[in-house]
Design a protein. Structure first.
Length: 294
């Protein structure tokens, strides 16, 4: 993919989601500042980008998707703030700068994560105001809530935390990847599809595509944790090993992991191409994500 094309789309998405950032004012100004510090720290904007492009894939043209784009990135950001806390990964850098708990203190970082999660749903509610009669908004809201919760992202985080320093099985690792990483990617693409009027069968296909993308993305993340450059990644490398975490590479080795990333990403693109709609940029984006260097 042309670098400029991806940068332009990412910038477009970023401009949209930043319009939903809270104003830094009032007696509770500190929490808004802490929220925005992490929310506006840059990054790939993968989840809102996938949501927007899937919405376009199924013929969506309105603005009803935009509050959900901001909401999914807020939820992702809150999860990163909490992941970086001393009680979890204890990381000091994220996206090339100090993490929230280092800048604002642990208590305020916890509150900033809590606030972003709650504010995400407050933001998603604005879709009801944009299209009051659109019944797909309620369905999208349900997907967002489920995929972010104990049967999605948080469920994966629970097993990840409990098994740190222990011998995790392949099935447990797959559960962690399917939920901790995959659930929000699934939510992103499914919400885009639902809001654009996809059928139930199409929605199931999208969920499988997104599941493959999430798995390939996480395996590549594991590879980068070993082979990457911290100055490029904007965060420490070899942190999984130092934290006693079992990863896909730990179980399958480097070479098999590289092969599996390629195979799983090809499967995702093949399934995407089987849909009766086309979005060339989405095809390119999937391959770009799983072959990334940061």
């Amino acid at each position: 993919m042309e670098k400029n094309k991806l940068e332009l789309r990412t910038k477009e998405v970023q401009n949209i989601i930043y319009t939903y950032a809270p104003a830094e004012e009032g007696f509770q100004k500190t929490i808004f500042t802490a929220m925005n510090y992490s929310f506006q720290a840059g990054g790939k904007r993968l989840r809102p980008l996938l949501m927007q492009e899937t919405y376009r894939l199924f013929g969506g043209t309105g603005k009803v998707v935009e509050p959900f784009m901001a909401a999914i990135e807020m939820i992702h950001t809150y999860s990163l703030i909490h992941d970086d806390l001393p009680a979890l990964d204890n990381d000091e850098y994220r996206r090339g700068r100090k993490t929230s708990h280092v800048v604002f203190g642990e208590a305020m970082a916890i509150l900033a994560g809590d606030a972003l999660l709650n504010y995400a749903f407050e933001t998603a509610c604005k879709a009801f105001e944009l299209e009051p009669g659109n019944q797909t908004v309620a369905r999208a809201f349900t997907i967002l809530a489920k995929k972010a919760g104990v049967n999605g992202m948080i469920g994966g985080q629970v097993v990840d935390v409990e098994m740190t320093g222990k011998q995790m099985s392949g099935d447990q690792l797959h559960f962690v990847y399917e939920n901790k990483t995959g659930a929000l990617i699934e939510a992103s693409m499914m919400i885009g599809a639902v809001l654009a009027g996809a059928t139930e069968d199409e929605l199931k296909q999208v969920e499988m595509i997104a599941s493959d993308i999430g798995l390939a993305f996480q395996i590549q993340d594991d590879l980068l944790d070993i082979l990457g450059d911290s100055t490029v990644l904007g965060k420490p490398v070899c942190s999984d090993e130092e934290n006693g975490k079992v990863t896909y590479v730990t179980i399958h080795g480097l070479e098999e992991s590289k092969k599996d990333v390629a195979e799983i990403s090809r499967r995702a693109v093949t399934r995407l191409d089987q849909l009766p709609y086309k979005n060339e940029f989405l095809d390119e984006l999937i391959l770009e994500l799983v072959n990334r260097k940061k």
